[in-house]
Design a binder for this molecule. Structure first.
Ligand code: NAD
Length: 250
């Protein structure tokens, strides 16, 4: 395997499970030192153990990405542990409430916007500060196919994921000249614990929305994230990349 990220430091939020876990493990395989972060400490430490067993340097830091101070501490802890912050994947997210828009609770709205959108701003703010000191960096923000189109009962999720794309495009323009690239990734439906509240019938229906005829695998999203993180994507910034089995092509 190419060691595209040899010697670099990579930070992943929501890295205890699903897509974030797959990204963290692949970062390690590509030679990066990995800061694994999540609110789930037990599972997060398990991912660190997997990385270390595979020969990678890795640490765990508990951070709730809905809290700006914890995001700042996470970035500080990463730089303190490994010396630099070269790559960040702002991935943590939740599905939030499933309600029609008029029924969506105010508390549910505040929560999804905080965990899926404010979090990305909080992480970006402190990651950019660290990367500006180095004059280089690559940031990948986890959006969704639902960052491009809507779907009933997911107003908060859809609004947050669209906003993540706009935030990425804006910061990419602001920091391109300083050597920092930012891109957004838009997975189709991927079979992770995020879909745990969906019934078997709903999952079956979701399969039919992907021309490729199945749900995605976390590792398939991770491959795109690794490429965007590496210097192979040196001319790529401000973009939204779907990895969606053809969902958006319809
Ligand atoms: N699974 C899908 O179908 C799918 C599709 C498109 C986009 N995404 C996005 O991919 C990202 C990862 O999703 P996944 O499918 O791997 O989900 P997952 O539930 O498997 O993993 C999400 C991780 O985020 C962590 N997390 C949740 N709230 C947090 C918080 N406040 N602070 C820190 N960590 C927190 C969880 O503990 C968990 O480990 C999310 O942003 C999600 O919206 C997922």
């Amino acid at each position: 395997m190419d060691k595209d990220l040899q010697g670099k430091t990579a930070l992943v939020t929501g890295a205890a499970s699903g897509i974030g876990r797959a990204v963290a493990l692949l970062y390690g395989q590509h030679g990066a030192k990995v800061m694994v972060s999540d609110i789930d400490e037990a599972q997060g430490r398990q991912v660190v153990a997997e990385l270390q067993a595979d020969g990678a340097q890795a640490r765990f830091f508990t951070a709730d990405v809905g809290d700006a101070a914890q995001c700042r501490q996470l970035v500080q802890a990463t730089v303190a542990a490994f010396g630099t912050l070269d790559v960040a994947c702002n991935n943590a997210g939740i599905t939030g409430e499933l309600s029609l828009t008029a029924d969506y609770s105010l508390e549910g709205w505040q929560r999804i916007i905080n965990v899926n959108l404010n979090s990305v701003f909080f992480c970006l703010k402190y990651e950019l500060e660290a990367m500006l000191k180095q004059g280089a960096g690559s940031i990948i923000n986890m959006s969704s196919i639902l960052g491009q189109v809507g779907t009933p009962t997911l107003a908060g999720y859809v609004a947050a994921k669209h906003a993540v794309v706009g935030l990425t495009q804006t910061a990419a323009q602001e920091y391109a000249a300083q050597g920092i690239r930012l891109n957004a990734v838009g997975p189709g439906y991927v079979d992770t614990p995020l879909l745990k509240d969906f019934s078997a019938a709903t999952k079956h229906a979701l399969v039919g929305l992907h021309p490729i005829g199945r749900l995605g695998r976390a590792e398939e999203v991770a491959e795109l994230v690794i490429w965007l993180s590496s210097d192979k994507a040196s001319f790529v910034t401000g973009s939204y990349y779907p990895v969606d089995g053809g969902y958006l092509a319809k």
